[in-house]
Design a protein around this ligand. Structure first.
Ligand code: ZN
Length: 401
């Protein structure tokens, strides 16, 4: 049967030089000499590195200022100040609508080879569900180009912002896929109270959780222990993620090892962005204990952070740099976190460059996958469900977004 797409001579992460055949949006064959049968479209990889589509497991589509003229980061002394500054920036009179800004960020992510992403979206009394409605529209507009999973994110807290629990309930009914949380102790002031609301809501909507945890030191460690305990008690193993979790990287080694063991037993995923200003979760220890580690950009050119363009190879480079992941084996593990682990977190089903997996792929101007991470060079082609969506870092016209 004629393939929809035939990729010739690609170096896949296990080191083999192969051809890849794609039909009906899925990989049908991977191996040498698959060119004999016809194909509708042929992509000559020229021996370059072909990777599974990159998965951004933590973005904030609603907050970005992409597509605007450059907006300087506002000065703000503390967290409350930054929250207020972000609100000011996003509600400025000349600000473009959320849907346009979010789409600009999605376009950038796509051009860099991101084929699926998880975006936290603010749900809070001051704006209600307006950001969520905008990102839901973006998800619809981009269907078929990138899978977008949405986390209803209580940026202003749950307990300290009365009415937020009802809004989160509505957000999940409206189409958010996952429930978010934020620093149950350090920000919301009541670890058990915060987690009680989250797990009750998540259970009633049958959704997973993804909790922002910036709290450091022993408070952060304690919160992680409580999240693991709640996860097991409520039967949520495999459905809870903690984003950032800086605290694990700061604890004394024996405390960290014990905590990591609990996270592994509870099937809690850690999502990291390899930030420069904090301790990062010790990814090697987490991997070795069997904890799933996914990678995300977090804020991209917004009032919180000025950096980046949602380039997930650059992000994986940063995670490998911060984690001193130097060998090919370690660089490949980092890549797995930005591809296969993300697919597991987002529940995408079979993933990778194997028959039966969805044909979400990115061709990189590198000799091999470790070089793709270490150098994060230009993307040559991005393929979504067997269709070439971007070439040389530019979306093709047919992409239609
Ligand atoms: Zn975030």
């Amino acid at each position: 049967m004629a393939a929809d797409l035939l990729i010739l001579g690609a170096r896949i992460p296990d080191g083999r030089l192969v051809d890849v055949r794609v039909g009906a949006g899925r990989i049908t064959a991977v191996g040498p000499d698959l060119a004999a049968e016809p194909a509708t479209e042929v992509l000559d990889a020229g021996g370059k590195a072909l990777l599974p589509g990159l998965i951004d497991s933590h973005l904030h589509l609603d907050k970005t200022l992409m597509g605007e003229r450059w907006v300087p980061l506002p000065e703000a002394p503390d967290l409350a100040g930054r929250m207020a500054a972000s609100d000011r920036v996003l509600t400025a009179q000349d600000r473009r609508p959320t849907e346009e800004r979010a789409t600009a960020l999605v376009r950038s992510a796509l051009a860099f080879g991101t084929t699926a992403l998880r975006s936290h979206v603010d749900v809070k009394p001051s704006i209600g569900l307006s950001a969520l409605e905008a990102v839901l529209a973006v998800r619809e507009r981009c269907a078929g180009l990138v899978d977008i999973q949405i986390v209803a994110f209580p940026q202003d807290g749950v307990l300290r912002a009365p009415g937020t629990d009802e809004l989160l309930d509505e957000a999940l009914a409206l189409g958010a896929d996952v429930l978010g949380g934020i620093d149950p102790g350090g920000f919301d002031g009541d670890v058990e109270g915060h987690l009680r609301v989250l797990f009750r809501l998540a259970a009633s909507h049958d959704v997973g959780l993804d909790i922002h945890l910036h709290d450091i030191g022993h408070l952060g460690g304690f919160e992680l222990e409580r999240i693991a305990a709640w996860t097991v008690a409520e039967g949520f193993q495999g459905r809870v993620a903690v984003s950032h979790a800086f605290a694990i990287g700061e604890l004394p080694p024996t405390d960290a090892a014990r905590l990591i063991e609990r996270l592994a037993q509870a099937g809690v995923t850690i999502v990291t962005n390899g930030p420069g200003h904090r301790a990062t979760p010790p990814v090697t220890q987490l991997w070795e204990a069997g904890v799933r580690v996914a990678v995300g950009s977090d804020n991209v050119h917004d009032a919180w952070w000025p950096w980046g363009r949602a380039d997930m190879l650059e992000r994986t480079f940063l995670v490998s740099y911060r984690g001193a992941l130097r060998t090919d084996r370690e660089l490949l593990r980092a890549l797995d976190s930005a591809t296969l682990a993300g697919a597991g977190l987002l529940g995408l089903g079979p993933y990778g460059i194997v028959p039966g997996a969805r044909a979400d792929l990115v061709l990189v101007d590198a000799e091999c996958a470790p070089e793709a991470v270490a150098a994060h060079p230009p993307r040559l082609a991005m393929i979504k469900a067997g269709r070439i969506v971007a070439r040389e870092g530019v979306l093709v016209d047919a992409a239609g977004v």
